[in-house]
Design a protein around this ligand. Structure first.
Ligand code: MN
Ligand code: MN
Length: 458
């Protein structure tokens, strides 16, 4: 191919021994983060601890910041902002922002979940985010979350991750009796109201009255003895079922990682580790780990919350600068995953404009659906600036859209940040089986994404 033509670079093809070691070593830290942070609450507290170890201090509204300050704002234990104040003029140079999200699709318990039928105690659910419901049956599930008891005390829940813990389960039909189910469209393979969680099977035979000799009563007894809970406590609880799988290397060569929740912890980990490891003190840098991206970035922990601009206002005010000027001069990498090219389903991908596994960080100029609808379409000027930056710093990167035109589509937090008058472009790691209980990424892409973020903030 002539030197005038564009060609993607495969990281593993190009990597020397040193880079290979860096890629594989970096993946170990990422896998530990995945296993410790399967919900936004857990990821938030994991990163908060790491930030404190790095010398970050909690930020209080009204506090005056100065160059060299490292602060964090833990927003309701679900969303965290990390801010490193640089030495250059923040009005003239703005803030370098990297924004990713730490919530992932899953299955949440309803507020009155418990019931019993035909001798089985079950729990009703309402799924969170865009899942293919049939994928969540017949796999081990762990229960994570928080329960606020009647007295206001909070019980943190994490059951099903240790080998000695029980797991939970959604049943599916045996193939022998599935003739009618097999005729359902795939999207209805399991209906929303069929995502019921198996909780127990032993009746409470010690009950005084016959009506209490039930499996549900026995489950309530166990919950009360072990955790001091009553059924009403579920009304003020956030409990989620997530896959009880650990992150594992995939394939004989270990090039890939299979795990729950790569979307979007696979960008969150490079974002905050780049901030911690990059020693340059020039730029003011903000890393946002947002909640609620999977349901539209709504609410007071999502990217649409005013707290994002409030924090920029606080930085501006500290230096007597105009917040509007700071935002106008800020730049943002919206760090989220893209669909990796899957040879098993190549008919939905357009080969020229797909992101390929192990070909580096994937830059996505626009997302959206049906004619780029709902997308932040980054300007050629800003994409050009980022292209130059990555190329000058030896970052291996590629570009791609989410599938063929009119095949579907998706969105990220990019547009909410761009709407605040901040140059923003999407960049992230290609994922296979996105939103499935077990997703796949390449270690090489995770590391190149980290190098891309380091180049952006140094
Ligand atoms: Mn995402
Ligand atoms: Mn997603």
């Amino acid at each position: 191919m002539s030197e005038l033509a564009y060609k993607r670079t495969n990281v593993y093809e190009k990597a020397d021994e040193k880079l290979m070691k860096e890629i594989f070593d970096y993946a170990e830290g990422y896998k530990a983060f995945l296993d410790a942070g399967k919900t936004e609450r857990e990821a938030c507290s994991y990163v908060e601890k790491a930030a404190i170890e790095q010398g970050y201090k909690p930020f209080k509204f009204g506090q005056k910041l100065k160059a060299g300050d490292k602060v964090y704002y833990n927003n309701r234990n679900k969303n965290i902002y990390l801010i490193k104040v640089g030495t250059e003029d923040v009005a003239e140079n703005g803030i370098r922002i990297i924004a990713s999200h730490i919530d992932s699709p899953r299955v949440d318990l309803k507020q009155v979940p418990l019931y019993e039928t035909d001798g089985i105690a079950l729990a009703k659910t309402h799924y969170y985010g865009g899942i293919k419901k049939y994928q969540w049956a017949a796999i081990p599930l762990a229960l994570h979350g928080a329960v606020v008891r009647a007295d206001g005390s909070v019980l943190e829940v994490n059951i099903g991750e240790n080998d000695s813990d029980p797991i939970f389960y959604i049943s599916d039909l045996l193939p022998h009796l599935s003739a009618k189910q097999n005729a359902r469209p795939l999207a209805e393979g399991l209906a929303g109201e069929e995502l019921n969680i198996w909780f127990g099977n032993i009746p409470y035979t010690a009950a005084k009255e016959d009506k209490d000799k039930t499996v549900k009563e026995n489950v309530l007894r166990i919950l009360n003895e072990k955790y001091g809970l009553k059924e009403e406590d579920f009304l003020s609880a956030e409990l989620s079922l997530v896959p009880a799988f650990k992150a594992r290397d995939l394939g004989f060569d270990g090039a890939l990682i299979a795990a729950y929740g790569h979307d979007d912890r696979v960008c969150s980990y490079p974002a905050y580790t780049a901030l911690f490891n990059e020693k340059s003190d020039k730029h003011t840098t903000m890393v946002v780990l947002a909640d609620k991206e999977e349901i539209g970035s709504e609410g007071n922990t999502g990217m649409q919350c005013a707290i994002f601009v409030d924090l920029i206002d606080e930085i501006a005010r500290s230096f007597g600068a105009s917040s509007a000027q700071v935002r106008a001069n800020s730049k943002c990498l919206s760090a989220d995953v893209n669909a990796g090219y899957d040879p098993n389903f190549r008919d939905v991908c357009e080969p020229l404009n797909s992101t390929y596994l192990s070909c580096g960080a994937g830059l996505t100029k626009f997302t959206g659906a049906r004619g780029k609808g709902g997308s932040n379409d980054a300007s050629a000027e800003f994409v050009g600036e980022i292209r130059k930056l990555f190329n000058e710093n030896g970052v291996i990167w590629q570009t791609g859209e989410l599938g063929k035109v009119d095949q579907g589509g998706g969105g990220t937090v990019a547009k909410y940040i761009a709407n605040m008058n901040i140059d923003t472009v999407d960049i992230g790691v290609p994922v296979i089986s996105m939103h499935a209980p077990y997703e796949v990424v390449s270690k090489a892409d995770v590391y190149e994404c980290y190098l891309a973020f380091c180049a952006f903030i140094k």
